[in-house]
Design a protein around this ligand. Structure first.
Ligand code: RNT
Ligand code: ZN
Length: 417
């Protein structure tokens, strides 16, 4: 009997159908963020200018993609190393201009994403989208909350342009497009006026979402944040602001939680069921916060497992939770960073799908047996099931994929300027 067959029997003894778990996971889209490949630079601004908006990449590992061709070539490698249903996730700054043309962010059009549509179509991928409210000369430094009407108007127009692009992506690719609104608007030090920026941000969101769109195709989200580097004292789009906005606009907006955007003892795993008690659909950015940074590569750590456990337990895999990755590490091989994080989310989801439902023990107040069983799950033969899942998805198993990345680094990345 193979290791997999033996593992299947052990799980069956716990009442878990391994084949059903594998089949389910294969059907769940997880969005792969294009911005891990080029340190969140994009193609529409001067790459020598620093990132703004309270985000920062650190490290200068060789091989950063600096053209659409390079980024796509890197993605092709990564997509082949990641099991499951992948969806692309683009930022507006990844617009691709042709023949010396250039458009500012308020004037972006669907045609600037035609090459990405081709890329996705060739691989059967859907695509999510994000307006880019950072790293641009028109950040003053505020965007949608700026007291300067010209600045604010520019960014509102950017948001509206992005709704049209998101609808184009959804229609072309035949899958809904999650369009996430995040701004780094905030202040380094104690503000004199905390309310004004929030009222302006709210009005800007209202204007952006007044652009006509089909809510079945375009899923606008608002993402909150607690603080960013350089904006430590005050964030306009705080948790209360963003969640309230989504709650008051349920007919056209969904809340997005990034698990790097909360105080250190708060956990998104616990917030998932809280929000799902009120919202039909929520979105997630899966990342790894560490001290001041919210964007380290996702590991198979306790909170990642707990987030996925809650997604599964709450019925999130049936269209109620949109799962995306969001991190950027410039200090290690970027393809490995992408692959490790994506595979870890898949592993955590598979672990969750292989977890028996112990609700009855909880309801019977049987916390002793619940603890015993939950602890014993930790030494179940998960590795054999993961290996089988990778095999069925036609991607390398653990221990087999990193060689491809090393070879690509030697033959391609090392030659980049
Ligand atoms: C930043 C937010 C935001 C970005 C991406 C690039 O703290 O998490 O989601 O990481 O949009
Ligand atoms: Zn995020």
């Amino acid at each position: 009997m193979s290791c997999y067959e033996k593992a299947k029997e052990r799980y069956a003894a716990l009442g878990v159908d391994v084949d059903a778990a594998i089949a389910k996971l294969k059907s769940v889209p997880v969005s792969l963020h294009c911005w891990q490949g080029d340190d969140v630079r994009g193609f529409d601004t001067d790459p020598s200018k620093p990132l703004t908006g309270g985000i920062q990449t650190t490290g200068n590992y060789p091989g950063r993609a600096s053209t659409p061709e390079e980024l796509m070539a890197d993605l092709v490698v990564v997509l082949k190393l990641c099991p499951g249903t992948k969806k692309m996730n683009l930022h507006a700054c990844y617009a691709i201009f042709e023949d010396g043309e250039w458009a500012d962010r308020d004037k972006l059009e669907p045609k600037h994403f035609a090459k990405w549509v081709k890329f996705c179509k060739e691989r059967g991928l859907g695509c999510d989208f994000n307006p880019t409210f950072f790293s641009h000369p028109k950040c003053d430094p505020l965007t949608l909350s700026s007291p300067n009407e010209e600045t604010r108007r520019f960014w509102i127009d950017h948001g509206k342009a992005c709704i049209r692009i998101a609808e184009y992506l959804a229609e072309e690719l035949g899958q809904p497009c999650v369009m996430n609104i995040w701004t780094g608007d905030g202040f380094k030090d104690i503000p004199a006026d905390r309310m004004g920026p929030r009222v302006r941000y709210k009005e800007s969101l209202d204007e952006i979402l007044s652009e006509p769109f089909d809510f079945n195709k375009v899923k606008p989200c608002v993402e909150s944040k607690v603080f960013g580097i350089g904006v430590e004292a005050y964030t306009v789009g705080s948790a209360e602001f963003s969640l309230s906005y989504a709650a008051m606009n349920k007919d056209k907006c969904i809340p997005l939680m990034d698990n790097g955007h909360y105080h250190p003892t708060e956990v998104v795993s616990d917030k998932i069921p809280a929000l799902l008690a009120f919202f039909p659909e929520i979105a997630l950015h899966v990342t790894r916060p560490i001290r001041w940074d919210s964007d380290h590569v996702v590991l198979l750590d306790d909170e990642t497992k707990e987030i996925c456990k809650e997604i599964v337990r709450c019925g999130g895999l049936d269209g109620r939770v949109d799962i995306a990755l969001d991190y950027f590490d410039a200090s290690i091989n970027r393809l490995a960073a992408w692959t490790v994080g994506f595979r870890n989310v898949q592993k955590a989801l598979l672990l969750a799908l292989l977890t028996p439902d112990y609700t009855a023990l909880q309801n019977a107040d049987n916390w002793t047996e619940l603890m015993v069983l939950q602890e014993e799950l930790k030494t179940m033969p998960f590795g054999a099931v993961w290996k089988q899942y990778c095999r069925e998805c036609g991607v390398p198993a653990d221990g087999e994929w990193f060689a491809a990345v090393k070879e690509y680094e030697r033959s391609v990345l090392k030659n980049r300027a």
